[in-house]
Write a protein that binds this ligand. Structure first.
Ligand code: SF4
Length: 347
């Protein structure tokens, strides 16, 4: 670890100056509030800024205050999140809003320590809200900060295991201790990682930290940090059957736990290997009088490599949830299930 208070102060000054001059105009930077930051931070986890921009304003129009969000039905929250993926984040956001209303009289706590006690709020999100909105002197570390600091300090060991992460938090904490503004320094460091110190082709010529960067001095930018080993993805097969009657499609709700919990789908059977038509008819929740394959496609989640086998089916069953396309569109559906409803339109 490099300890040099003068160097640290200069680094924080340069990051802040660069951020003030070159930061992007983003909606959550226009008007600061804990609630707006909470929504933005949860949306931004594992999702590109461009994608979040499509959702952020619309979500806030639907739930303008934390009380509105706390009062909302979970299905409504999931429907607003539909298409952003990682739906656990929407549930965490909803749970946090409810906890703020029941335990904090509707006022989001200001300190990182209090924020971290809310359901689903980890060290990063708590630090981001406390430092960016309330200027608390706490560090934040995300993927961008991890990369910038590993390169700045020329750390070649893994940045992603427990030891690497602890070292990054320590460096971030030491630096923010020297910053004139925790808010602008923390946000500036993340912005630098997003725009300049990018994973594959860092733009060192335009980097305000070029003079201090150990990786650049050793021409080792592309080696630092070493790549993160990807999670092992399990192959799974989802057999999805489109059953229609009088311009309505039969839908069912997924179980309350696990992937896409409580969201809606056409009758779907999951298995570790592909099923024959006979097996599918035997085990599907709906008795079928006809079944024919119409399409198939792949979908990846963090831990699963899913093959969707799409069928058209017919049933004599009249019970169940039969929806028009408009009704289905207002329900929370995963992206692949939305794609299946598009296939249903063409079928
Ligand atoms: S000099 Fe290059 S590698 Fe170093 S922090 Fe700046 S952009 Fe990243």
């Amino acid at each position: 670890m490099i300890r040099n208070p003068r160097r640290d102060r200069e680094i924080t000054r340069k990051v802040i100056r660069w951020f003030e001059a070159d930061a992007r105009e983003l909606p959550w930077r226009r008007k600061r509030s804990g609630y707006r930051a909470l929504v933005a931070e949860l949306m931004l986890q594992q999702t590109q800024v461009a994608r979040v921009l499509e959702y952020y304003d619309r979500f806030l129009r639907r739930f303008p205050t934390i009380r509105d969000l706390a009062r909302a039905d979970e299905q409504d929250v999931l429907a607003q999140w539909q298409g952003l993926g990682y739906y656990r984040r929407a549930r965490h956001l909803h749970a946090a809003a409810r906890a703020v209303v029941s335990d904090h009289r509707g006022r989001l706590p200001r300190s990182a320590a209090e924020l971290e006690k809310l359901p689903g709020i980890g060290r990063y999100t708590a630090g981001a809200i406390a430092s960016i909105v309330h200027d608390e002197r706490v560090p934040i570390v995300d993927g961008n900060v991890t990369r910038v600091l590993a390169r700045l300090e020329g750390r070649r060991s893994s940045a992603h295991d427990g030891k690497g992460q602890a070292a990054t938090w320590q460096t971030a904490s030491r630096l923010v201790g020297h910053a004139a503004s925790s808010s602008r320094f923390n946000e500036g460091l993340m912005e630098l990682g997003a725009l300049i110190c990018t994973p594959r082709q860092p733009n060192c010529k335009s980097c305000p930290l070029a003079r201090h960067c150990r990786a650049r001095q050793h021409h080792a930018q592309h080696l630092i940090p070493p790549p993160k080993p990807g999670p092992r993805q399990q192959p799974v097969h989802h057999h999805a059957v489109i059953v229609q009657r009088k311009a309505r499609t039969l839908l069912e709700q997924r179980p309350a736990t696990g992937l896409w919990s409580n969201m809606w789908q056409v009758p779907t059977l999951e298995s570790p290997t592909p099923l024959s038509g006979e097996e599918l008819r035997e085990h599907l929740s709906v008795p079928l009088t006809h079944l024919e394959p119409v399409d198939s496609f792949r979908h990846q989640t963090t831990h699963r490599r899913i093959t969707f086998h799409v069928y058209l089916g017919r049933t004599r069953l009249r019970r169940g949830t039969w929806c028009t396309q408009e009704e289905a569109a207002s329900l929370p559906l995963s992206n692949p299930q939305r794609r299946i409803l598009e296939i249903a339109l063409r079928a």
